[in-house]
Design a protein around this ligand. Structure first.
Ligand SMILES: [Zn+2]
Length: 636
């Protein structure tokens, strides 16, 4: 167990949540994402943008020099000239501002007097203009955690979402600009969170308050958390874009472990007497060593005209294979750097060799070629010379950083909560004013209007759910954290399906299906509503809910009727009803003879049990009456 207090853990969270507005933040385009073929594409070269102080982002400049191009994909109905930076931004969307003002008042933040639009440099090409526009709406305020601890909020901003990355191939990146400009609220906490659990609680508390406004977008990709993590003697690491809430605590836990391991490696290197000047960019061409290699990676690189370059890392033997967190070693960190700066597939290092088709003999010759002693490690790369050199330069840089401890960087979360190198951390002072939009005054009258419409707080909602629908508090809380609170209330007010069943189905059942790999995110609210309506009308059994939901999730463009039919839960055809009627009547000829038409009641009960809601009761009754009449005529 790590004593988080003792190591001085400090975590700050930025929650980015898409707002459910009818238009984008700086133009009138709708906020709709599509997955079909884009209407048109625009190709641009990535250009390094300067901040006001004249600083150029090193990663952006590097990409520019390497000639990276970007393909922007767009649809005519969700993109105008504003997104493509061909036209100045329009006045900010008032609805987005008002949602942020509502949230600000809910947490006791102080709205600013005047809204200024600021430009924040972005360097990855996700915005054709080279910057993201952001508006500070309020400062301060606080949220309360279940433990009673309060977490101060620093800023509440409204900003435009970036274009979404579609793919990356060689020197090209594809972005789709339909997401660009969708309003986001950004809520940033002070860096006072002191444990992984607290980080998750803080993200959850902010998320609940945002959802309480009922004006945020739902579903995968609509919330992203940036988590800033540092420990004493470590470095400030920004993990960007954590989408799942339950991953926040894992991300913090793993990052702490990684930093602690890196500090141990630093101490060990110092203990071995390794000095910065010992680590040099002396790259040795070892192509000859691998002339007859069985390594598939090296063979294919050589076939494409590449070379094998190697560098010695003095005193690093055994440390590159050291695990920092699950599946990530110091060697992995170097490999990720090499991939980013050198566009290579990866590296090999002597801590993992012989292996990957590289023989002991080749390793011996490799060590000899670079003059490595037993305590040294050797890293090699096979690729085009320029790429291999860039890659090894990045490896050397990372090795020097290992000697200092933890390098500051931006990291990307993986599905298991571990993180990988994403890019260097951009420098400070990245904001400068947007000159195309005048400042906007926030009047006391407008704030008063907003204050009158403060929504129900999460804890009030839980209380109301418990008292109104008779569900327990656990289910009420689960509903609050689900995407289905409003749907739940609609179903319970418009059908007679028991609320506890509805709540459990929309939370526990769907969650357990998701754990089993069912793509429940495909289920639309309309479909779910339809399923409960069928249950209410007796046309589907409650017990069939998991089967129906699973089928619909796996067949997203099909209807509820098709699901019922496909699962054998659909309506019976008139022929099938007739056959059932025939069966019941022939089983009961005696009863019919005895009671005449009065036998109807008993037989109807039998029949409806067999039909189980799969046929209209009126039709069944009509068929049964006629058949009884016929039976009586026959015997009479
Ligand atoms: Zn637009």
């Amino acid at each position: 167990m790590v004593d988080y207090e003792a190591i001085g853990l400090k975590v700050g969270i930025e929650v980015h949540q898409q707002l459910a507005t009818s238009r984008k933040l700086f133009c009138e385009c709708p906020c709709t994402l599509r997955s079909d073929e884009p209407d048109f594409t625009i190709i641009r070269r990535l250009r390094p943008t300067q901040s006001e102080l004249g600083e150029v982002d090193p990663a952006a400049e590097f990409e520019f020099k390497k000639g990276r191009t970007i393909v922007y994909e767009a649809y005519k109905d969700t993109t105008c000239l504003v997104e493509l930076d061909e036209e100045p931004p329009h006045q900010p969307d008032q609805e987005a501002i008002d949602i942020a003002l509502t949230f600000a008042q809910m947490i006791g933040a102080t709205p600013v007097d005047e809204l200024y639009v600021l430009r924040k440099t972005v360097v990855d090409g996700s915005n054709p203009s080279g910057f993201q526009r952001s508006i500070i709406v309020a400062l301060g305020g606080e949220i309360k955690l279940p433990s009673g601890k309060t977490i101060p909020i620093q800023t509440i901003c409204v900003e435009e979402d970036a274009a979404r990355k579609i793919k990356e191939e060689g020197m090209r990146i594809w972005y789709r600009v339909d997401r660009l400009g969708i309003p986001l609220i950004e809520v940033a906490t002070a860096p006072v969170i002191s444990s992984p659990k607290e980080a998750e609680e803080a993200a959850l508390a902010i998320g609940r308050l945002l959802r309480a406004t009922k004006r945020v977008r739902r579903g995968l990709g609509t919330v992203r958390q940036d988590v800033n993590i540092s420990i004493r003697d470590g470095a400030l690491i920004e993990v960007k874009g954590v989408q799942r809430l339950d991953l926040v605590s894992k991300v913090v836990e793993y990052e702490v472990r990684r930093q602690l391991e890196l500090l141990k490696i630093r101490d060990e290197l110092r203990g071995r007497g390794v000095k910065e000047e010992d680590i040099a960019e002396d790259f040795v061409d070892v192509t000859d060593v691998f002339a007859k290699t069985e390594s598939r990676v090296i063979k294919s690189a050589l076939k494409r005209g590449g070379v094998v370059l190697a560098v010695k890392l003095p005193g690093f033997a055994g440390l590159l294979g050291r695990e920092l967190m699950h599946g990530v070693r110091l060697g992995t960190e170097m490999s990720d750097r090499a991939r980013f700066w050198g566009r290579v597939g990866g590296i090999f290092h002597t801590d993992e060799l012989p292996g990957y088709g590289i023989t002991e003999e080749e390793v011996r010759k490799l060590r000899e070629a670079v003059g490595a002693r037993e305590e040294d490690a050797v890293v090699l790369v096979a690729d085009a010379r320029e790429n291999a050199e860039d890659a090894l330069r990045a490896v050397v840089e990372r090795a020097i950083e290992a000697l200092k401890g933890v390098p500051e960087e931006t990291r990307a979360p993986q599905p298991d909560g571990t993180t990988r190198y994403m890019r260097p951390r951009p420098g400070a002072s990245r904001m400068y004013p947007e000159t195309d939009i005048r400042p906007i005054e926030i009047t006391p009258e407008h704030l008063e209007e907003i204050r009158k419409q403060i929504p129900e707080f999460p804890e009030e909602t839980v209380k109301r759910l418990v008292s109104t629908y008779g569900i327990n508090e656990k289910l009420a809380n689960q509903l609050l954290d689900s995407d289905y609170l409003e749907l739940f209330e609609k179903i319970c007010s418009e059908t007679k399906v028991p609320p506890t069943f509805v709540a459990a189905a929309l939370t526990e059942t769907l969650k357990s299906l998701e754990r089993d790999g069912v793509p429940v995110e495909n289920l639309s609210e309309e479909q779910l509503w339809e399923v409960f309506k069928r249950i209410d009308e007796g046309m589907a059994a409650k017990e069939a809910f998991p089967d129906i939901a699973t089928w619909l999730a796996k067949n997203p463009d099909k209807s509820v009727s098709q699901a019922l039919e496909e699962l054998g839960l659909g309506m019976l055809s008139p022929e099938e009803v007739e056959a059932l009627v025939e069966e019941v009547v022939s089983r009961n000829t005696e009863l019919i003879r005895e009671r005449g038409e009065r036998a109807f009641g008993a037989l109807m009960g039998d029949l409806m049990r067999e039909v189980r809601g799969r046929a209209d009761a009126k039709l069944v009754a009509q068929m049964l009456r006629e058949r009884i009449k016929k039976e009586l005529e026959k015997s009479g």
